[in-house]
Design a binder for this molecule. Structure first.
Ligand code: FES
Length: 88
């Protein structure tokens, strides 16, 4: 299915670009701009962005692996203070 009609980008192109980027760099943050760049294209009108983002979110490789995340998730007790004292 065509996602971006200006640049003729199909959903399979988006998934292929995401998989390629994740395989080549597990830490990278994947954005629509990076996908356009990887495909050698440039966004034009931007009208496809909602569908483009929805297609990106369907790819399981989009998220950074949890052991690579920069921000710490809350622990089992719900603490997410990143080891700061409360009254800093
Ligand atoms: S439809 Fe994608 S940039 Fe226009």
């Amino acid at each position: 299915m065509i996602v971006c009609s200006c640049q003729h980008i199909a959903c399979k192109d988006i998934h292929a670009a995401i998989d390629w980027m994740r395989a080549s760099d597990p830490d990278t943050l994947i954005t629509p701009g990076k996908i356009y760049h990887a495909l050698g294209k440039q966004a034009d009108c931007g009208g496809c962005m909602p569908l483009f983002l929805e297609t990106m979110r369907k790819n399981p490789s989009l998220k950074i692996p949890s052991n690579q995340q920069v921000f710490k998730l809350p622990d089992e007790e719900g603490h997410s203070n990143e080891r700061r004292s409360q009254g800093y």
